[in-house]
Design a binder for this molecule. Structure first.
Ligand SMILES: *Cc1c(COP(=O)(O)O)cnc(C)c1O
Length: 376
């Protein structure tokens, strides 16, 4: 019997020249967290993002968020406002700093941080003498958040924004690259992201001085002296030159990956949007999503589960939308400003297989199974 292969939600997709760059690292013995691939990968990302960006490549996106908070002076007892509808790595670094997260719900146009709830939260915290030290907003699933509104509020109250662009490399907002829309942006190159170095991340800033400070902290904060002198606490967060070689190869195919993922979205939408029980997240005017994952919302928890379980039976991976942070056991005592938007998305939404390496046969197989769901 012919066994069908497993279809993953989002799997690594090599372009071809990654190994050449990795081999160069071996041939020149740059097996270290610095070297020509690190410099080359940073230059490639800067060229791609434009908008006067300076990039420091790091060991992970989580490390990048941690460094961003450190650079912004977030410390013990501070409060940080964070989008609730996200992956836990957006919020965990707040705890690493001894600070307290306050979670903000999403609006329904982009599923990202609600500007209205953000301002309500800021006013409340200022009234209680707890002015937030930073805002962490997320371009979830590659869809840009409402940056104009979020930035205006941040400016009004003079609070810096960390832009979690881990899922949004290749997305843009009114033709400006996601990752460059705020004070500090972060990227991720984890195995399931739109490009991968197996594990890795980057910090993005408009200020060279801030990039240099990030690199300094990421390489153990060694002062300029012949011996080892330290006047601040550092981290070991720099990216390996071997992995940066994978990144250089991946940058050559990033645009192709975006095109492929957007084509996945269009395929699903074309064949499913005539079913009134299923809806898709549309791009507002000026918003361009890399469609990292194609997400649907259904009209009930039961239908979502029926689709998910039918796919699972056929060895096809799909996944409920992120469980909001304010509903997570680990953050159960945290303050939150919510209106049910992300909770509903979590209950009724599903991420469909979205890799840039899915074949037409894969897509047809997935669609076939979804269409067989009773009561669709
Ligand atoms: C993946 C991800 C991160 C963390 O990136 P890592 O490189 O896995 O540490 C942070 N935020 C969001 C929204 C992510 O999806």
């Amino acid at each position: 019997m012919l066994t069908k292969t497993k279809i993953y939600l989002s799997s690594p997709h090599m372009g071809g020249s990654e190994q050449k760059f990795v081999n160069e690292a071996f041939d020149t013995n740059w097996i270290a967290p610095l070297g020509p691939n690190v410099d080359g990968f940073e230059a490639d990302i800067q060229n791609y993002l434009g908008n006067d960006s300076h990039v420091a490549v790091l060991s992970s996106g989580t490390a990048a968020i941690h460094l961003a908070l450190q650079l912004l002076g977030v410390s013990k007892g501070d409060e940080v406002l964070c989008q609730s509808f996200t992956f836990s790595a957006s919020a965990n670094p707040i705890i690493y700093q001894g600070a307290t997260p306050v979670f903000i719900d999403s609006e329904s146009d982009t599923w990202n941080m609600s500007p209205e709830l953000l301002e309500i939260a800021i006013i409340d915290r200022i009234e209680k003498n707890k002015k937030p030290k930073a805002i962490i907003a997320v371009h979830l699933y590659g869809m840009p958040y409402k940056a104009k509104q979020i930035n205006a509020i941040a400016k009004k109250y003079d609070i810096p924004v960390v832009e979690d662009s881990a899922e949004a490399l290749g997305s843009s907002y009114y033709n400006t690259a996601c990752g460059t829309l705020s004070d500090i942006g972060i990227l991720s190159f984890n195995g399931n992201k739109i490009i991968t170095t197996s594990g890795g991340g980057a910090l993005v800033t408009h200020h060279l001085e801030l990039k240099n400070q990030a690199v300094f902290l990421a390489t153990q904060a060694r002062d300029n002296a012949p011996h080892y002198e330290h006047s601040s606490v550092g981290f070991n967060y720099r990216m390996s030159n071997v992995l940066a070689g994978i990144g250089r190869g991946q940058m050559e195919v990033l645009d192709k990956h975006v095109d492929a993922r957007r084509a996945n979205y269009n395929f699903y939408k074309t064949h499913l949007s005539n079913h009134s029980s299923i809806s898709f997240l549309e791009e507002p005017e000026g918003f361009y999503s890399n469609r990292w994952l194609t997400c649907i919302t259904t009209n009930s928890f039961e239908l979502r589960e029926a689709i998910r379980l039918n796919l699972l039976k056929e060895d096809i991976e799909s996944r409920p939308l992120w469980k909001p942070m304010h509903m997570q056991p680990v953050f159960k005592d945290c303050l939150h400003f919510t209106d049910g938007t992300s909770e509903t998305l979590f209950n009724k939404g599903l991420c469909l297989p979205s890799g840039s390496n899915l074949s037409q046969d894969d897509l047809n197989r997935i669609l076939d199974i979804i269409l067989k769901t009773p009561n669709l």
